[in-house]
Design a protein around this ligand. Structure first.
Ligand code: ATP
Ligand code: MG
Length: 371
């Protein structure tokens, strides 16, 4: 999969600008606050319909504009396709692929991206939320049904959280509590099956990459962790649902007391072990960064496996965070697919990468000179 061309109209600090990308490596360079990340954000949106920085579409619309438009020409499934996203805060967003109306969850059938930004270097050390988000983003792109489940889950979770928070002031809210708990258990059961399957694939893909990457032949192992009463995460959704209900019943009182949801897929985690020790507790900073990169590179392999094509890899400001050995490992591994790398102009990154140079200044993009 490749993006050949993008046109941005009223998106972030781009008033009206177009850029063309090379099939392999593209280095997007320029000073701070010129629009490098905004450009990657637009490409990311083409695969998910959402930003990785904000939930609010109105933040994506240029100051003083009432709508934003992203247009792209991409190569996918052996043909050129066009994607158009129009953001009209207040009126929702309009998504079209080849002129045909689509939902955000359907975009993954045309374009996939794997994003890596400096926050992701803490993927292993940070709380479970970051690891859940990684799973959610990847699974949503390859399984539209999962994206729908996730949206439904978030809706239920917010509603149930509100009940648990406010029931003391408004006891009548409790009338619908069990209904919401049950709906959450049903959706959780389905999500758990997807996450379990994804974790197994990620584990299989990441282990060999990490063994090579660590240089020390370190063994990386991933283990999906969910609601404690679930005995088998690969069982049928019905069996998982019954197991979750058991947890739900046991924790009903505690939920009321704590004022928050204690049962459901929102507490899941992906445990990471290096040489059978918890990486979160015991690994060094260098080890966890290497492991985080291994996971991202593994995610790319899963997309290849799934669609027959590499996704677009978006490296936002991340190469400068890595030492030369890790930089080389990443750069040597990403052949075969298209990569968009953003970096500040004075970091000397572009001299190591090859590929096309794009220079960004105040929302304008021009082909940069090498040399
Ligand atoms: P850095 O090297 O610091 O990461 P960058 O080139 O990646 O910089 P971006 O994050 O792309 O910078 O942002 C560039 C500019 O876009 C910022 O100055 C920001 O104020 C501006 N910006 C963000 N949102 C909007 C918007 N909705 N309308 C207009 N400008 C915006
Ligand atoms: Mg940036």
């Amino acid at each position: 999969m490749k993006i050949n061309k993008i046109v941005l109209n009223g998106f972030r600090n781009y008033e009206w600008e177009a850029a063309e990308f090379a099939p392999g490596t593209n280095v997007i360079t320029g000073a701070n606050a010129q629009g490098k990340t905004n450009l990657l954000e637009a490409v990311y949106m083409l695969s998910t319909g959402r930003s990785f920085r904000t939930r609010f579409d109105r933040e994506l619309v240029g100051f003083g504009y009432s709508s934003a438009e992203i247009l792209a020409e991409v190569d996918s499934k052996d043909r050129e396709q066009s994607i158009r996203i129009v953001l009209q805060p207040g009126q929702g967003k309009k998504i079209q692929v080849n002129g045909v109306r689509k939902t955000a969850s359907e975009l993954g059938q045309t374009l996939n991206t794997v994003l890596f930004c400096p926050d992701d270097l803490n993927l292993i050390k940070e709380g479970a939320a970051l690891r859940r988000r990684m799973m959610d983003n990847a699974i949503s792109q390859i399984r539209p049904r999962y994206a729908e489940l996730l949206a439904e889950f978030n809706r239920l979770y917010e509603h149930k959280s509100r009940i648990l928070k406010d029931w003391r002031e408004k006891p009548s809210l409790l009338d619908t509590l069990d209904e919401f708990s049950d709906a959450m258990a049903r959706v959780s059961a389905q999500m758990i099956r997807y996450r379990a399957a994804f974790s197994l694939r990620l584990d299989a893909a990441a282990a060999p990459i990490h063994r090579e990457f660590s240089g020390e032949g370190e063994a990386l192992r991933l283990q999906y962790e969910t609601v404690s009463t679930v005995r088998d995460t690969t069982a049928s959704a019905k069996e998982i649902y019954y197991d979750i209900c058991e947890h739900q019943e046991r924790h009903r009182q505690a939920e009321l007391e704590a004022g928050q949801c204690l049962t459901g897929a929102h507490k899941d985690d992906l445990l990471v072990f290096i040489n059978e020790k918890s990486a979160r507790s015991f690994a060094s900073q260098g080890q966890t960064r290497t492991a985080a990169l291994s996971l991202k590179l593994a995610e790319r392999e899963i997309f290849l496996d799934e669609t027959g094509e590499y996704p677009i890899l978006l490296l936002d400001d991340v190469l400068s965070e890595l030492d030369p050995r890790r930089q080389s490992f990443v750069l040597n591994r990403i052949g075969g697919g298209q990569t968009l790398i953003s970096c500040c102009e004075d970091e000397g990154i572009s001299s190591r990468t090859g590929g096309r140079l794009l220079f960004v200044q105040a929302g304008r993009i021009r082909a940069g000179q090498r040399g």
